[in-house]
Design a protein around this ligand. Structure first.
Ligand code: HDD
Length: 700
């Protein structure tokens, strides 16, 4: 599916759809050239506008109707094209050829999103992130519409409108935007304990991804893989980011929401433009049909995981995003995902959340994209050929030839004909179903707390601290005491320690807690994410007139060589003059950026420069804030003085040689940055954050 130049069938198809008005004369939609688009047609210079001004009317009408309804949920998003390659074929489990044939490069479009906020809301809010992948396979489109958390808030799709109404801004005043910290969400939670496992994820750092490129993805539900001879295996899909799973912190995300509301979107765009292509590994957890009841959780319950330690995640392929869309509206806004888009070899389970989604996505596209022909939009169109008797409707762009649009027919040779399984047709898995029609939740869905406890047990100390702080913040914003009490009652069933610590922050007592199990799943902790790579990490180098240009250049080159993105910041744009009279180009003025937009801060030596920086409150703040957020902070020679000016008092600095004290890396000697300094600083950045610091005493 990829040409010799790596271009996919989807790329070729999209090329044919593109229009480029550059270099053309301005015309109306009817192709008539226009002589003036600045002045409407009037009866006299100061007279009224005339109805016959067709250009004016067409231009304004088109503008008036530019907007389509934003998505009810996941309105805020960013997308990219790329490809998927299977590395370990699943031939024994499925007939889907994109999962079996290692020579295929299947084109994809991926859209990441937040859930609750409107289309214009900030990227960095506490929320679940959507991770929706459209595979344009040779056998039709397959959509894997997942999230960055492996479970969901509710067990049955019929509760989805209730949940979404509760988490969205409150209906009387439309406040708060893109935030779960309000009464209605927590009221729902206290009355619906099945939310508790997901609430643990939502209150954890998983809800604050550093980058879309650094988050996991999950298909959430149990699906089925099916072979050509009709044998099925349960499957759960996992995406693992090559760069590891990393998060921001709460104080940081709140500030970034103001400093750069497009933080995650920009990050995705910039990295793809720079050729640093985001990559994930696709993994599967496979459960034979006969083991359906072998676990203490029901595989059909979307509020549960199967711990990786019990069923390992088998890596099977890789996803690479290597091209930004050309037009946000046409592609990212109009892309239409649907769980019902499956290809032969992939089938559903009876998960009641999944079953309901099978209805909802198609339904929503019909209203959002205005009728049944949205699969013809370029971003939605399969690369597999489409032929059927569906006709007409709003926005029909195809000109169907022939006399017949029905089956069976004799006039048109009976075409298009059905293929049958040998011809590659989709055949539904023949599951035997037998039961009474009832509205009743299965008894096997009843345990709402054990896996919330599992999650808590699996966290590192710093992750627990962040979870406690999140619950305190969110419940602290809840105005009705009975809602807070209701949630605390649930928390006491998750873990007594959690409930007690949250209650303390709310100035109240936790209800008595029952004993809980002690199992944990190390795979759930971000503390166990890979931490070797500094690729695409952003480093702020603080400079002023008199900075040691030699050491600055050395560190910058070393970091860049490892794929990091160091930038020189100074009080003003342009250049500063180094200690030896060198001209140092400034990438950005300090005031246009902020410490929270970087992964690390470095202060080169140079007495005069450090003097200037210590008396610049903004520079001091860059260092203090980076330290408080657990980031790597580096200083060479006199640069150490800026660190002390920033209040980093309990830190041990190098007197000579190099010292790394909990991610604060210093070199005693003035002069060029040593090899040791560069590599120690790089490791401190790769560690992502350093939570063993006492950050409370540092003002920022
Ligand atoms: Fe959903 C969008 C993920 C439950 C109904 N959902 C949407 C998107 C993602 C998810 C990633 C954005 C797709 C895009 O980028 O365009 N949704 C999930 C996951 C769920 C889930 C992982 C649980 C496991 N969703 C869910 C339920 C329902 C919906 C139970 C309804 C019964 N979701 C929708 C929707 C959306 C949507 C209203 C809004 C816009 C759209 O579909 O295209 O139909």
């Amino acid at each position: 599916m990829a040409g010799p130049d790596g271009r996919t069938a989807k790329d070729e198809q999209l090329d044919r759809d593109r229009v480029d008005p550059r270099g053309e004369n301005l015309t109306t939609d009817q192709g008539v050239r226009v002589d003036d688009t600045d002045n409407s047609l009037q009866a006299g210079e100061r007279g009224p506008t005339l109805m016959e001004d067709f250009h004016f009317r067409e231009k304004i009408t088109s503008f008036d109707q530019e907007r389509i309804p934003e998505r009810v949920v996941h309105a805020r998003g960013a997308g990219a094209y790329g490809y998927f390659e299977v590395t370990d074929p699943l031939t024994d489990f499925t007939r889907a050829d994109f999962l079996c044939d290692t020579s295929l490069r299947t084109p994809v479009f991926v859209r990441f999103s937040t859930v609750a906020g409107s289309r214009g809301s900030a990227d960095t809010v506490r929320d679940v992130r959507g991770f929706a992948v459209k595979f344009y396979t040779r056998e039709g489109n397959f959509d894997l519409v997942g999230n960055n958390m492996p479970v969901f808030f509710i067990q049955d799709a019929i509760k989805f409108p209730d949940f979404v109404h509760a988490v969205k801004p409150e209906p009387h005043n439309e406040i708060p935007q893109a935030a779960s910290a309000h009464d209605t969400l927590w009221d729902f939670v206290q009355l619906q304990p099945e939310t508790m496992h997901m609430m643990m994820w939502l209150m954890s750092d998983r809800a604050l991804p550093r980058s879309y490129r650094m988050m996991q993805g999950f298909g959430v539900h149990t699906f089925r893989l099916v072979t050509a001879d009709g044998r099925a295996t349960f499957v759960k899909f996992h995406w693992k980011p090559k760069l590891g799973t990393h998060s921001l912190v709460w104080d940081e995300v709140q500030k970034i929401a103001g400093k750069d509301a497009d933080f995650n979107r920009r990050d995705l765009w910039d990295c793809i433009e720079a050729g640093a292509y985001p990559e994930w590994e696709l993994g599967v957890q496979l459960v034979p049909e006969e083991d359906e009841f072998a676990y203490d959780v029901d595989l059909l319950d979307p509020t549960k995981i199967i711990p990786e330690e019990r069923v390992p995640v088998r890596p099977v392929g890789r996803l690479v995003l290597d091209r930004n869309p050309e037009n946000f509206f046409a592609e990212t806004e109009q892309v239409a995902f649907h769980l019902g888009n499956v290809v032969p070899g992939i089938d559903f389970s009876n998960d009641p959340l999944l079953q309901g989604r099978l209805f909802s996505y198609l339904d929503t596209q019909l209203i959002r994209l205005g009728g049944p022909n949205f699969p013809q939009l370029p971003v939605n169109r399969p690369v597999a050929p489409v032929a059927n008797n569906q006709r007409d409707g709003y926005h029909q762009t195809r000109v169907h030839r022939g006399e017949t649009s029905y089956a069976p027919n004799s006039i048109g040779n009976g075409e298009p004909t059905v293929a049958g399984p040998e011809g590659g047709a989709y055949v539904h898995y023949q599951e035997r179903v037998d039961g009474n029609k009832i509205r009743k939740r299965s008894e096997s869905f009843k345990d709402h707390f054990s896996q919330a406890t599992l999650f808590w047990n699996s966290m590192a100390d710093w992750e627990r601290e962040h979870i406690v702080a999140a619950f305190r913040f969110e419940l602290g914003k809840v105005t009705r005491p009975h809602i807070r009490e209701g949630v605390l009652r649930h928390l006491s069933q998750v873990h007594g320690d959690l409930a007690r610590r949250v209650a303390e922050g709310l100035g109240t007592e936790a209800p008595p807690s029952a004993p809980v199990h002690e199992e944990s799943s190390p795979a759930l902790s971000q503390a166990n994410a890979p931490r070797e790579d500094i690729a695409t990490r952003k480093v702020a180098i603080l400079a002023a007139d008199g900075s040691d240009a030699v050491s600055l250049r050395t560190v910058k080159q070393r970091l860049s060589a490892a794929g990091a993105l160091p930038e020189v910041l100074a009080a003003h744009a342009g250049t500063v003059t180094g200690a030896g009279g060198e001209s140092i180009p400034v990438d950005r003025a300090m005031s246009t950026m902020a410490s929270v937009l970087y992964d690390a801060v470095l202060v080169p030596g140079g007495d005069k420069a450090v003097d200037t920086l210590t008396s610049d409150g903004l520079a001091v703040h860059y260092v203090a804030e980076a330290y408080k957020h657990g980031k790597a902070v580096g200083a060479l020679g006199a640069g150490r003085l800026l660190l002390s000016a920033a209040g980093l008092r309990d830190v041990a600095y190098a007197e000579n040689g190099v010292r790394d004290d909990r991610g604060v890396v210093t070199q005693g000697e003035a002069g060029d940055a040593s090899e040791d300094f560069c590599s120690t600083f790089a490791s401190a950045i790769a560690a992502h954050r350093h939570w063993d610091r006492d950050v409370d005493a540092v003002p920022a």
